[in-house]
Design a protein around this ligand. Structure first.
Ligand code: UDP
Ligand code: MG
Length: 314
């Protein structure tokens, strides 16, 4: 029988936390009664520097039910780092850790028992893969699809339609702790571990309460991390762009010399102003792309901690 831990990051989740805790507790009781998981299994909530009553609620839940444990982070470090904090702490408490969002949008009721079965069948990593996400807003669905495609083009080896709902064995977590990067993009990083893995189908539902904590800016930053942390192709594209521009300028050069020999006048303003702005824009994008990688190097060399834990309720 395995000891299981679930890890859920919480940022301003006061509206949904109690319900989620109750649902997970009911599921755990069920699985324990069936003899699937041990009675030592725990439900872990990581408070990611919330500004509402989230930590207060976690503390109360822990007092009422010893199965529920809490990790309080010193400040908001974001979804990915909060998950990391939870996994690295919970790996000492359980044989396998399942990460899932605190709003329980994932189909935890069917997926968690399946993940446990797959773990017992010898898989070290089990990915939850979204097969239908009709509950997500259309724009979010479309941008997510476009992003997965773009990642694929850039050569990032990640699981299509998998967000951070997954099971990992203690061994896989030990290996993950060896990856020391600061700009965490777990969905790209975990497939690099290379242990035996499988997937389960996940049907997304709507949030029971509260609203999404992923702002457009956070999503965009995650998307950029997802590409720049795993692929240097954008820099190659900059070079290709430069080569294309070189050929275009050669063409223009030949045209100008031809006009000069034939004493024809080349009219100027429109083409001039257009090329100045166009080339200017391309230069800025190119410098930005290169700058992005330099910024990443800068962040990595400082080796700052990913998170600070101020309190653990165990
Ligand atoms: N979250 C977090 N830190 C943040 C933002 C979000 O820990 O800075 C948590 C949040 O509490 C939730 C999970 O990450 O448990 C996913 O966020 P959300 O459900 O708002 O995103 P969505 O499902 O809309 O993508
Ligand atoms: Mg959500």
């Amino acid at each position: 029988m395995i000891t299981l831990a679930t890890v859920s990051p919480c940022y301003n989740e006061e509206e949904v936390l109690e319900q989620s805790a109750a649902h997970l507790t009911a599921l755990f009781d069920n699985l324990i009664a069936q003899g699937k998981i041990s009675n030592e299994s725990v439900i872990v909530f990581v408070n990611d520097g919330s500004r509402d009553r989230t930590w207060e609620i976690i503390t109360r839940l822990h007092k009422q039910n010893a199965r529920i444990r809490g990790i309080n982070l010193a400040h908001n470090v974001g979804h990915q780092n909060a998950i990391m904090a939870g996994m690295m702490t919970a790996k000492d408490w359980a044989d396998a850790v399942i990460t899932l969002d605190a709003d329980l949008q994932d189909d935890y009721k069917t997926c968690i028992p399946q993940m446990v079965d797959d773990f017992q069948a010898g898989n070290d990593i089990v990915y939850g893969v979204k097969v239908s996400r009709t509950a997500d807003p259309l724009l979010k669905r479309m941008s997510a699809q476009a992003f997965y495609r773009l990642q694929e083009k850039m050569g990032v080896n990640s699981i299509f339609n998998h967000a951070d709902f997954r099971l990992m064995s203690r061994q896989a977590l030990e290996m993950l702790s060896g990856y020391k990067e600061r700009n965490l993009y777990l969905r790209g990083l975990i497939p690099l571990i290379g242990l035996k893995s499988t997937t389960v189908d996940d049907h997304i539902s709507e949030r029971e309460a509260g609203h999404s904590k992923y702002t457009l800016r956070k999503m965009l930053n995650l998307a950029l991390d997802g590409i720049t942390s795993f692929s240097v192709k954008p820099i190659y594209y900059v070079i290709y762009l430069g080569i294309i521009f070189l050929f275009i300028s050669l063409g223009i050069g030949i045209y100008v010399i031809h006009a000069f020999i034939n004493h024809t006048e080349v009219p100027g303003w429109a083409s001039l102003i257009l090329s100045i702005w166009f080339v200017g824009a391309m230069l800025m994008i190119s410098i930005g792309a290169v700058g992005l990688y330099i910024a990443k190097i800068y962040e990595e060399v400082k080796q700052r901690p990913l998170y600070n834990i101020s309190q653990i309720l165990d």
